[in-house]
Design a binder for this molecule. Sequence first.
Ligand SMILES: *Cc1c(COP(=O)(O)O)cnc(C)c1O
Length: 427
Amino acid sequence: MSDYRIETKCIQSGWHPTKGEARILPIYQSTTFKYDTSEQMGDLFDLKASGYFYTRLQNPTNDFVAAKICDMEGGAAAMLTSSGQAANFYAVFNLAEAGDHIIISSALYGGTFNLLTTTVAKMGIETTVVDPEISLEDLRKEFKPNTKCVLAESISNPSLVVLDFEKFAKAAHEAGVPLIVDNTFPTPVNCRPFEFGVDIVTHSTTKYMDGHAVSVGGCIVDSGNFDWTKYPDKFPGLCYPDESYHGTNYTEQFGKAAYIVKATATLMRDLGSIQSPQNAFYVNLGLETLHLRMQRHCENALKVAKWLKANENVAWVNYPGLEGDVYYERAKKYMPNGTCGVLTFGIKGGREASIKFMDALKLIAIVTHVADTRSCVLHPASHTHRQMTDEQLLEAGVKPDLIRFSVGIENADDIIADLEQAFNCLK
Ligand SMILES: *Cc1c(COP(=O)(O)O)cnc(C)c1O
């Protein structure tokens, strides 16, 4: 499959039926799987044979969808999780445990920021937060002997910072740790982080991948490029026998799939954040049109961004696809075909005017969501990011007057007309 272009992979990767099998990916709505002998079952538990035995660990529907996303990203192995939160948690917790240290970009989705600063701290993992525009020199100084990974977002939600992939990859690799990137916003249609040195990619499939706002889900993809065996004492869980799994040595037995097999065999086994096969089926349907939708999301967002930029009521607009944006040049380099459908802007008159404006919208809804077919807005300071202090908000690149606008794939002129009538209500 891997030679096909991204549009073909969106449709054809993953499920490959043969003679008499369902043309469309079946939903394996079964918790368990049958074997004929006790020995067959025993070999599965020993990881000697591969096969399904219990859906908390693996399910065929999920695995075919994970294989499609893996192919789209150009990875070596992948797994689905119940949510994007679970994907980012597993991606980190598969490497770092109590007593370890991680480095994260300050420009992150609020939920991820909270997870990786507050919740993992309770598990004994120490986190250093860095500005994504930190110099390479200063970034190098943040690594410690117990640092296990670096995590950032390719386009951050909602601050829309386009990551300098090469700077972060260089610093991480010099320190002997992998770079994990949440690629939810551009999706592999617009950006493939493995091409720029990223080692592991995560997704909230809830967003563009599903794209219709019907199922919460996540995905982790490993490039297979990070050589864990160069640093066995840093990554003992991957390089030494796992006593909780019959002495399995993941890197020896599974090579490039080691990281994903370990996450499945230990984290999914013990924590159980499995995506339901029904939801995985919806994600797969979404993926089939992802390349078409991303193109339209980007076209519409650019039209709206230009219109807002020229509007007298608007104080500022951020959209990495808009010429003149701080991240325009970097976006051109890493995602030349488009960025995403999300933009942010501020209204003259600040907080009060923003709320009045949003309440006047008719077509565009106020929704805690981004990246589905329908246009929607959100005011992070009073919604998604309300757990953050003003200082943390600014650190994450979120201005208190910021309106996050997820531009849908309706007719762009209708979207603009709705904005216009809402602005008229401010008068
Ligand atoms: C929404 C989102 C998440 C969290 O995903 P859920 O599926 O809601 O758990 C993580 N990262 C980014 C960039 C997101 O937009």
